[in-house]
Structures are given as structure tokens and as C-alpha cells.
Design a protein around this ligand. Structure first.
Ligand SMILES: [Fe+2]
Length: 160
């Protein structure tokens, strides 16, 4: 694939994830206030802060690519967050509420992991090493967030 096409694809995905992260800020705030267990609440709070940092990192990427930081509506994140909303009302008052929240949040993490994995690969292929390093750093954070949610689910949410 010629570089220009791959570059275009990378920028398109970058705009998608930039918008996705911004949508997620609002989603995570809801998850923080809805989660019942202290451990899960804290995991969401931590990822909320991390997400704010990721948005800054993505702004840096736009800058490195000489582009304005502008997103493009991520319909996938919109859909995932709509489902999370649905789950929150369906499981309100249920013992399985936290387990349901973990599942919804992990779907989001997996979407992000897939996107940052592709972005890191594209950047590496085009030898945008500075940009590749930022994507790789965010990818690690998303993987850790996913792992943390699995731990909370195994130790608390699912057992309940
Ligand atoms: Fe993220």
C-alpha cells in the first residue's frame, strides 16, 4: 500500500479514536457514579483520569502530524455507550449491576485496544516513531485497564 493511503487511514482512525475518547469521558463519569463496589468505582475513576491524559497525548499526535486536533464522530463508541446506558437502567438495583458494568466497560476497552493496536502498527510501518511510541503507550494503558477490570470482576463483581 502506498504511504499516502496508509497515512490517510491512520489519520482517519486517529480522528475516530480522538472523538471516541471524548465521548468516553462522559460515559466513565456515569460509570463512576453508578458502580456500587468501591473497588470498581475506583477503577473507573482511575481510567477517567487516564482518559483525560490520553486525550492530551492524542492532541500531541495531531501536532506531530501538523494537523488540527479534530475528531470524527465515532459511531461505535456511541453505540457501546448507548448499550452501557441501557444496561445501567436494566440492572438498576440488581446484584449483578457491577458485573454488567464491567462487561460494558470491557467492550469499550476492547474497541480501544483494537484501534490503538492498528494505529501503532501503521505509525511504525511509516516510521513515524514518535507517534508510534505514543500509540504504544496508550495501548498499554488500555490493556492494563482491561486487565484491572478482569481482576475486579473475578474478586468482587461476579462473585456478588
Ligand atoms: Fe482510552
Amino acid at each position: 500500500m502506498p504511504n499516502a493511503h496508509l497515512h490517510e487511514l491512520m489519520v482517519d482512525e486517529l480522528k475516530d479514536i480522538y472523538n471516541a475518547e471524548r465521548q468516553l469521558l462522559a460515559g466513565l463519569k456515569k460509570l463512576v457514579s453508578t458502580a456500587e463496589g468501591e473497588e470498581l468505582k475506583n477503577a473507573f475513576k482511575e481510567h477517567l483520569q487516564e482518559t483525560e491524559g490520553q486525550i492530551d497525548k492524542l492532541k500531541q499526535v495531531f501536532q506531530l502530524l501538523d494537523l488540527p486536533a479534530r475528531g470524527k464522530k465515532c459511531k461505535a463508541m456511541e453505540g457501546l455507550l448507548n448499550e452501557a446506558d441501557e444496561i445501567m437502567s436494566e440492572f438498576e438495583g440488581s446484584e449483578a449491576l457491577d458485573a454488567a458494568l464491567v462487561a460494558a466497560a470491557q467492550k469499550v476497552e476492547h474497541y480501544e485496544i483494537a484501534t490503538y493496536g492498528s494505529l501503532a502498527t501503521y505509525a511504525k510501518l511509516m516510521q513515524h516513531d514518535d507517534v508510534a511510541a505514543i500509540f504504544a503507550e496508550i495501548l498499554e494503558q488500555e490493556k492494563n485497564a482491561d486487565e484491572k477490570l478482569t481482576q475486579v470482576a473475578m474478586s468482587k463483581a461476579n462473585k456478588k
